[in-house]
Design a protein around this ligand. Structure first.
Ligand SMILES: Nc1ncnc2c1ncn2[C@@H]1O[C@H](COP(=O)(O)OP(=O)(O)O)[C@@H](O)[C@H]1O
Ligand SMILES: [Mg+2]
Length: 538
């Protein structure tokens, strides 16, 4: 369908084009810039354009593509970096230089070609949608090729993948390729959601031990400027026990992404010892790229993450930061002159956020495998005020919450996770796993640690009034121990060897601290002087 541009207001373009539906993808102008239909009115439709509309004028063509905004899913995604519209940044850079011009279609050059396809079905077999017809080995994983259509196989070919030729021809002439397209705003289907939770080990002691995460769960960590959000996201991306990591740099600084990519090419995944980049997909829409595409970028990313879940893998989606996505949503909404809700965000902010979180989960796939998609999202509340709408909307849906504390960050206590304000709803389910896998002592030591930290807080109030001298020896000892817990257990420097701690190392470390405490208490009870006891402990 062809039409024309009848009005332009920044990235919001009105077009006269018949037969459009909401969220249809449209290209506008001679440069064929990509946009999405966000509103349909009598006689015109409003298109949100994801590229700079500079140079576009009224009267230029508008063309309906007949599809929604989609991503292409198949072997070749791993190890790549894409922009918010899934255009591979390396090849765009190679082709067009650092300034990506409007309308550049992704060259799709990332689609794997040199991998060997092995069929698991044969001519005459009937196949269902979502069933594997064969596989290729893609870096660290076996990549199943899923049927995107049902039918009876006429031909299936073994050998090198060729993006131009199908891997399967069906008896009625339809074809199945090694990749397929999927609309980013539509959650991918599965057989059922699983309700039991297994731990997602992050390698961060404070998280794994005090506020553990579950595969298929979600976590948010809001924090003011400089509280360590980006470092925490990137550290977890490096060390988490996940098969696939999808990292979204959303509206943050570009140089941070560059440093991260450098790290990821040099460092190895502690679990498989392979280069980190081989299990990672990066989607970036940094602060210098078009704002509107930022809104799409998290959907592009979550759809790629769901795809690997559907192949039967444990996928971790990280986004830094969800607030920048929400700001893009607010900008779009205000350009459309929609009725604003709280703090100018659209009234549908909460339902959008809830819909996004609903895409996390552990599932039985259409093909009968088990896969999971876990989300860890940073939030940057303006002025560090956690009552703002984005944090609040996320709090209603998330399973765990790590509050990053400005005071802790000022004292260089990193990760600056506040151990009183944070929570994890997965703790009970996940602790049972750690008891089985690491040690029967796991939950008891955890409880003891929490109790000590709570006691410390009330003792501090006493100290403020009467000084340390006013405390009994047993309490002074406890404060020495909690100081050690904070400095040597909760603090974890991202720039040293200590950046990653396995569950076994985590348990051993806290066990030693608490063991020393018990021995010292015993000596106190036998009447030894505190100063003697502490001297020998040190
Ligand atoms: N785990 C950590 N170990 C050591 N330093 C850290 C850690 N987390 C944060 N920092 C320090 O804090 C600074 C700010 O962190 P960053 O993640 O950029 O904050 P944010 O993204 O919240 O603004 C970093 O440059 C680093 O010096
Ligand atoms: Mg940051």
């Amino acid at each position: 369908m062809n039409g024309r541009v009848i009005g332009i207001s920044g990235p919001t373009v009105s077009v006269e084009l018949a037969g459009l539906k909401l969220y249809d993808r449209v290209t506008v102008g001679h440069a064929r810039m990509t946009g999405e239909v966000v509103r349909i009115e009598k006689g015109r439709s409003i298109v949100q354009v994801y590229e700079s509309t500079r140079g576009l004028s009224v009267g230029e063509p508008a063309v309906a593509t007949g599809t929604q905004l989609t991503v292409r899913l198949g072997p070749g995604l791993l190890g790549r970096m894409f922009d918010g519209l899934q255009r591979p940044l390396e090849s765009l850079y190679a082709e067009f230089g650092p300034f990506i011009q409007a309308g550049r279609e992704s060259s799709r050059s990332w689609i794997a070609r040199s991998l060997h396809f092995v069929p698991v079905k044969k001519p005459g077999d009937s196949i269902r949608i979502g069933e594997a017809v064969g596989y290729v080995e893609e870096g660290p994983i076996r990549h199943h090729v899923l049927a995107d259509q049902a039918g009876v196989i006429d031909r299936i070919r073994e050998g090198e993948l060729d993006p131009q030729s199908p891997v399967v021809s069906l008896s009625d002439g339809r074809q199945i390729f090694s990749f397929h397209d999927w609309p980013v705003r539509v959650p991918r289907p599965y057989r059922r959601k699983l309700t039991h939770f297994e731990p997602l080990v992050t390698g961060q002691r404070c998280i794994d031990f005090l506020f553990p995460l579950a595969r298929g769960g979600s976590a948010i960590f809001p924090g003011g400027f400089g509280t360590g959000k980006t470092i925490l996201e990137q550290t977890i991306a490096k060390f988490a026990q996940a098969d696939i990591v999808v990292y979204v740099g959303c509206g943050e600084r570009g140089n941070e992404m560059a440093e991260m990519l450098d790290d990821f090419t040099h460092l190895a995944d502690p679990w498989t010892k392979r280069p980190l980049m081989s299990r990672t997909i990066v989607a970036v829409n940094t602060s210098n790229m078009p704002v509107a595409a930022r809104e799409a970028s998290i959907y592009t990313a979550v759809t790629m993450a769901e795809y690997y879940r559907d192949l039967g893998y444990n996928v971790l989606l990280l986004a830094d930061s969800l607030s920048r996505w929400a700001e893009a949503l607010r900008e779009i909404s205000s350009a459309l002159e929609e009725m604003p809700g709280e703090e100018g965000y659209p009234t549908y902010l909460s339902s959008r956020i809830a819909g996004f979180f609903a895409r996390a989960g552990a599932v039985e796939t259409l093909d009968g495998r088990t896969g999971s998609l876990t989300m860890i999202l940073s939030i940057s509340p303006p002025g560090g005020d956690f009552t703002e709408p984005v944090t609040q909307a996320c709090l209603r849906t998330t399973g765990s919450f790590f509050m990053l504390d400005t005071d802790l960050a000022h004292r260089r206590h990193f990760p600056a996770i506040n151990w009183f304000q944070s929570f994890s709803l997965y703790e009970r389910d996940v602790s049972a796993h750690f008891e089985e896998r690491v040690s029967q002592e796991w939950s008891a030591l955890r409880q003891q640690t929490r109790t000590f930290l709570q006691k410390e807080a009330s003792l501090r109030e006493v100290v403020e009034i009467v000084g340390t001298e006013g405390l009994q020896d047993a309490d002074r000892l406890l404060m020495k121990t909690t100081e050690e817990i904070r400095r040597n257990f909760l603090v974890q420097n991202a720039y040293t060897e200590d950046a990653f701690s396995s569950p076994e190392q985590t348990l051993e470390r806290i066990r030693q601290i608490l063991k020393r405490h018990a021995a010292a208490s015993e000596r106190l009870e036998k009447g030894e002087l505190l100063d003697n006891v502490l001297k020998e402990r040190a």
